[in-house]
Design a protein around this ligand. Structure first.
Ligand code: ZN
Ligand code: ZN
Length: 368
């Protein structure tokens, strides 16, 4: 037997022995309990403090899919973090789970801003509110949106009121005050009379050093439909909401650091439409035809970013979701040719850090 072979056999036996000893330890209940307790303490201590560290405006994508189901994406949700607090733009289905996994349970949640009332943007509002209430959010969660937001909020409040009563009965009114579980709606109006160009904005809304402005976009027949601009100490992000190609958005996004824009690959949707027709699925074919007029192709979103002069374009609300490299290549075909602006395809967990007092843009990804 060669020396090398003897070393391999001896090393293999040593590893096997260690694995057996380790497995033996794990069979001892008290050892399991110590490891579990250590893990729980670590989780409780680590919390979400990294997301609030330093003085930055941060953008965290907590849902990047349109209504097409995708196993790795929740539906529309973007978190904006600044000044020790955070704000949500939309609460699409699945986004509450993402926020929970990243330990954004709602204590620091200042407000929710709804872009419009399609289900892929509001589905988790009840979950987000319940999680915030359970986490000890002070007072009622404030929810802003265009006219109609009061109906949406009232509906969720009603749907969750039995759940609230069970939990308060179980834990007491001091721990879970019933009034704090009821969200409060704020109707945000555009300034001035309606225009054909749909180029109005709301009055700025101030939350400490954070200023939020609602921007009119075009998602007819879903009306009202808003995007939102967040400004914080010289850094800024604009979130488009759902819209077709809408040049006034470029004016509202002028000079922003980051534009988070919805994107629908029109040629892929057309391919799905024709394929559905070919196999006799008229319902899918018509749905694909119906959605083409009120979303924005990636090339057009890129034009908006160019016009606005933003530093980074992030595509979100990806329809259909580009879940592998080939689909991604098809989805963004031509974007690099049409513009040399920095862009990324958003995914759940994409985190953009914009430190105050600098021009830096740092992109990382949070893992679930
Ligand atoms: Zn949508
Ligand atoms: Zn929509």
């Amino acid at each position: 037997m060669t020396k090398t072979r003897r070393w391999i056999i001896t090393g293999g036996l040593a590893i096997a022995a260690l694995v057996l000893i380790g497995a033996g330890f794990l069979a001892v209940p008290s050892v399991d309990d110590v490891i579990f307790t250590h893990f729980v303490k670590h989780q409780l201590r680590s919390g979400n403090s990294a997301l609030f560290a330093g003085d930055s405006l941060r953008v965290l994508l907590c849902g990047t899919s349109a209504p097409f189901a995708d196993p790795h994406r929740a539906q529309s949700c973007t978190a904006v973090i600044a000044g020790g607090r955070y704000y949500l733009v939309d609460t699409g289905p699945g986004s509450g789970r993402n926020l929970e996994l990243w330990q954004l349970r709602g204590r620091e949640l200042t407000a929710v801003f709804l872009t419009h009332f399609h289900s892929d943007h509001i589905g988790d509002l009840g979950e987000v509110n319940t999680n915030a209430w359970l986490a000890g959010h002070a007072g009622s969660l404030q929810v802003f949106g265009g006219p109609g937001v009061e109906r949406v909020v009232e509906g969720f409040n009603e749907a969750y009121c039995l759940d609230q009563s069970y939990r308060t009965a179980n834990s007491g009114t001091q721990m879970l005050p019933p009034s704090a579980d009821r969200m409060q709606a704020h109707v945000t109006e555009m300034q001035g009379a309606p225009t054909l160009a749909k180029n109005r904005k709301s009055l700025p809304m101030h939350f400490g050093d954070v200023t939020v402005t609602a921007i009119e976009v075009n998602h007819d027949p879903a009306q009202p439909a808003y995007g939102y601009r967040f400004d914080y100490r010289g850094r800024s992000v604009v979130i488009s909401g759902d819209t077709d190609f809408h040049p006034p958005l470029a004016v509202a996004a002028d000079g922003a650091d980051v534009l988070v824009h919805e994107a629908q690959s029109q040629h892929m949707v057309q391919l799905i439409q024709h394929a559905a027709s070919d196999v006799g699925n008229a319902r899918i074919a018509q749905t694909m035809a119906d959605i083409q007029h009120y979303h924005t192709d990636p090339l057009d979103a890129s034009r908006i970013a160019d016009e606005a002069g933003v530093k980074l374009l992030i595509f979100t609300h990806l329809d259909p979701p580009p879940s592998n490299p080939l689909l991604s290549w098809m989805f963004f075909r031509g974007v690099n040719k049409s513009s040399n602006r920095a862009w990324i395809s958003g995914r759940d967990g994409t985190l953009v850090d914009l430190p105050v007092g600098s021009k830096k843009i740092v992109v990382t990804t949070l893992q679930p």
